[in-house]
Design a protein around this ligand. Structure first.
Ligand SMILES: Cc1ncc(COP(=O)(O)O)c(C=O)c1O
Length: 302
């Protein structure tokens, strides 16, 4: 088995706040230095099941944007296992500019082959997937963000005895696999809140189809759109690290935590609630974000 279940407990840290509410964060970001957070669990069964089938010529293909945490993690898996990987990357213009992008440089260093496609081609990923599966019948093709049934099954590993004692379970939502897994496998009395960082109306149905439960609620946490970083987001992340010593990144976990604090202030959570937020990793994205911020002469993430 390439990806192993954790041998040590993943720490749950309290974030002290001056309210009658208890707030905690589960540090899934610490699970692996390169395959961090939910990526580890979304790839767990995808990769392990594939390898247990003993493909003669293993090959992993996946999709993502220029700063994708998922592409970064798949490239690391490939490097770890000595399996060739192919990343289909959104944006033809990156063909010339990938060297300026730390995520893509990291993927290349891990041996990942990168194919840059136009946004239009990328939008029709299903067609591309069909084509690739015919071209490489033995390949494992993992969808964008890693979200599929195997990913949902893997997310179960983020839940254990330590997570049972919380009223609310919170996660950032991109492609929906993580929240679907939490919703599917959490306790009956627990409520699941998804902090949606993508403006995508189809997410609710997609998540519903994966979990088959109605215990989840989505909250808009886009802050201007997917991948957009506002000054208030940078301030929040830097303050949070300063106060609690926990790094967040600006696309998922930073926006989730900022919104959680806003909801607490607005009285969304009843008194004495116990809230658990999942730190889903993705800290590799900070370097790329800082390069963009630097070009715009803006404050950086520390
Ligand atoms: C750091 C981080 N948090 C949360 C998410 C959202 O997960 P999902 O795409 O399963 O909704 C992602 C995307 O995979 C991510 O990279």
């Amino acid at each position: 088995m390439l990806l192993q279940p954790p041998t040590q407990k993943i720490p749950i840290q309290e974030i002290p706040i001056s309210k009658n509410i208890k707030l905690f964060i589960k540090r899934e970001d610490l699970i692996h230095p390169q395959i961090s957070g939910n990526k580890y669990w979304k790839l767990f069964f995808n990769v392990n099941n594939y390898l247990s089938e003993n493909p003669k010529n293993p090959y992993i293909i996946t999709f993502g944007g220029a700063f994708s945490n998922h592409v970064s993690a798949v490239s690391a898996v490939g490097n770890l296992a000595g399996i060739p990987t192919l990343g289909i990357i959104r944006g033809e213009e990156l063909q010339e500019k990938w060297r300026d992008n730390p995520t893509l440089v990291f993927a290349k260093r891990n041996g990942m082959n990168l194919k840059f496609v136009s946004r239009e081609e990328y939008r029709h990923k299903e067609k591309l997937t069909e084509f690739l599966q015919k071209e490489f019948p033995e390949a494992l093709i993992v969808p964008e963000g890693g979200t599929n049934e195997d990913a949902v099954a893997g997310i179960k590993m983020m839940l254990n005895n330590d997570t049972k004692d919380f009223d609310y379970l919170c996660t950032a939502v991109g492609t929906g696999g993580t929240i679907a897994g939490i919703s599917k496998f959490c306790e009956e009395n627990q409520k699941v809140i998804g902090f949606k960082v993508v403006d995508d109306d189809s997410l609710e149905n997609k998540i519903g189809e994966l979990t088959l439960k109605q215990n989840f609620h989505l909250i808009d946490s886009c802050f201007g759109g997917y991948g957009k970083i506002k000054d208030e987001n940078i301030r929040f992340i830097n303050d949070f690290k300063d106060k609690y010593g926990i790094p967040l990144e600006p696309i998922y976990t930073g926006k989730m935590m900022q919104k959680v604090f806003e909801l607490i202030d607005e009285g969304f959570f009843p008194e004495d609630s116990r809230i658990l937020c999942f730190h889903t990793g993705g800290l590799q994205g900070i370097e790329g974000a800082n390069l963009l911020l630097q070009k715009q002469n803006r404050n950086l993430i520390i």
